[in-house]
Design a protein around this ligand. Sequence first.
Ligand code: HEM
Length: 240
Amino acid sequence: MTTATSSDMTLPLLGGRHHFLLRRLHSLTGIIFGGYLVVHLIVNAALIQGYSSRDVYQVQVDKIHSLPFLLAVEWLFIYLPILYHGVYGTWITFTAEPNVQRYPYVKNWFYTFQRISAIVLVFFIAFHVLGMKGVFWSSKLAFDPEHATASTVRHINASWVTAYLIYPIGILASCYHTANGFWTAGITWGLTISAQGQRRWGRVCGGLFFFLLACGLLALFAVLRDANSVNQMLNTVPRR
Ligand code: HEM
């Protein structure tokens, strides 16, 4: 007689007959959030244009904050997708068997880095969102949409740890995970079946990685550059 184990009991929901749909939803939410991330990093890159003559970054933030039903749009296209993708992705990460040692090929390293970057992103996204919303640690981290540039500069420069450790690592992990995720999503959705198709799509996704990284690093460079010169502006930003 066989007895059911605890993993048998979780399988029907997480890994069994619902597996296909849950997996597709995980892929879809990753693509939706990835689309948002591309826009987010391009808007952030506008910080490189500076704020003294015309604050281009503030103009973009104003446009976003004047969208109708902003809260609903944020929940539908940002918070819910990343919540689902993060929770199900954490389950995948800890239940999938690493195969790097058995098959030491480049693609297996990509697969391992996808999971490492996923775990980094759980912590980074929690820190980024809760910090920007002013939920924890310090009022220095809160984002103020009316003083977008000054409060972003203040956020990143809150300490050397945020500026030189958390953000560079978070940006690198986001860009890698998104670009490699778009590549594997091509296979998930049956769009890149042939080896040639996967190679071509790989070039596009490689380009996307460098493009996103350039946007993220431009924004980071801009806020480090402007750290001292926005001091005056910071005095006018209301502290929460
Ligand atoms: C910047 C935020 C994120 C974006 C844009 C993103 C996007 C994606 C995309 C597009 C995929 C490919 C899906 C597929 O192969 O069909 C993927 C895969 C994956 N994501 Fe994310 N993701 C993000 C954050 C996270 C987080 C926080 C976790 C939580 C652990 C996570 C866990 C995973 C895992 C484990 C995979 C691999 C799934 C597999 O091999 O089938 N992701 N991600």
